[in-house]
Unconditional design. Structure first.
Length: 341
């Protein structure tokens, strides 16, 4: 049988093709376990936060929002998912992996706006999810990000819960609940206005406002609402206190909400002028305030007046200057915060 002799050039071509085939097969195999486009997000050292602490990280996600929480009992929570850009998705998945989070017990979408829900579909596709809290919007096509998020949430098999006043969950000594929007069946409420007249203001005001609490310390988490909604919450809180603190209002699962115990204020709407609520800020008097905002944004955020209100109190962190901001509340209720940069 005549032997076939390959020239060096032909041999190099064969080797190149074979090497390429091996690489493609390897990537296909790897993609079964890890999505190749996010491969670097999985090449990190994993480390869980200690049990008995509430660990919260407000990510520097540009002009968008994403916060990751590891709860005292080991459960996990993610609030918003960035704007859906590749850079944002990669950063969020990297941080989830760094924190050894493969299952999210509570996933919260605070707004139909792209900068809050844009990346949630990718998170759901790449991580297990237990319960999803979402805005009641009858037009799921209101933004591309919201449509993709709802479709992914429905396909995931997760429990779907409307983000509205009184909803929430408790995990051991930790709980969270929604202070706004009103229940979705309320005539003239925030969801009613969103669905009947989806202006920018009505979209913003239908965003979620949350209270989270552990060890007697609270986190006031404002999504994308205007100052009018925040001042309304403040007025209602004062009215409730004047009536003797009705146990059925500003409470959850037997836990009475006390704004005087606020440790952290996650500022609304990137600290825009429209989100200013001086009355609420004074009432909360937080140890730590965090503004999540991107550089060179068209809205001129954060507003000087908002920063001035916050600076009069405790520490103020701004992600476009400080990077990721981590806050820890321990079992004694001590609150510490630090920035990544």
């Amino acid at each position: 049988m005549k032997k076939v002799r390959l020239t060096k050039k032909a041999l190099a071509a064969v080797i190149s093709v074979a090497a390429g085939a091996v690489i493609i097969c390897t990537l296909l195999i790897v993609n079964i376990f890890y999505p190749v486009k996010y491969l670097t997000a999985y090449l990190v050292r994993r480390e869980r936060a200690p049990l008995g602490e509430l660990d919260m990280c407000v990510l520097d996600a540009g002009h968008a929002d994403c916060t990751i929480l590891q709860l005292p009992d080991g459960k996990t929570m993610v609030i918003d998912g960035g704007d859906g850009s590749y850079r944002s998705d990669l950063k969020i998945l990297t941080e989830l992996n760094r924190r050894d989070i493969d299952f999210i017990d509570y996933l919260v979408c605070t707004s139909v706006s792209e900068e809050h829900c844009g990346g949630l579909a990718e998170i759901i596709k790449n991580k297990g999810v237990g319960a999803v809290f979402y805005p009641y919007c009858t037009n799921r096509y209101i933004t591309d990000g919201f449509y993709d998020f709802v479709a992914a949430a429905e396909a995931s098999g997760a429990q779907l819960i409307i983000s509205e006043y009184g909803a929430g969950a408790q995990a051991g000594d930790f709980y969270f609940t929604f202070l706004s929007p009103s229940v979705h069946t309320a005539p003239g409420g925030e969801y009613d206005k969103l669905n009947s007249d989806p202006t920018d203001t009505n979209i913003a005001d239908a965003s979620a406002v949350m209270w989270l609490e552990y060890a007697g310390r609270g986190i006031f988490y404002a999504g994308d609402v205007t100052g009018a909604v925040l001042e309304k919450i403040a007025d209602e809180y004062i009215f409730s206190e004047e009536l003797g603190g009705n146990d059925d209002y500003f409470s959850f699962n037997g836990n009475k909400i006390d704004f005087g115990k606020c440790a952290v204020y996650k500022v609304a709407a990137h600290g825009s002028e429209s989100s200013r609520a001086a009355l609420l800020t004074d009432m909360l008097s937080p140890d730590v305030s965090v503004i999540s905002v991107g550089k060179n944004n068209a809205e001129g955020c954060p507003a000087t007046a908002v920063m001035s209100d916050l600076a009069a109190g405790g520490e103020l962190f701004i992600t476009m200057y400080d990077g990721d901001v981590s806050v820890c509340i321990n079992a004694e209720g001590d609150c510490t915060a630090h920035a990544s940069e």
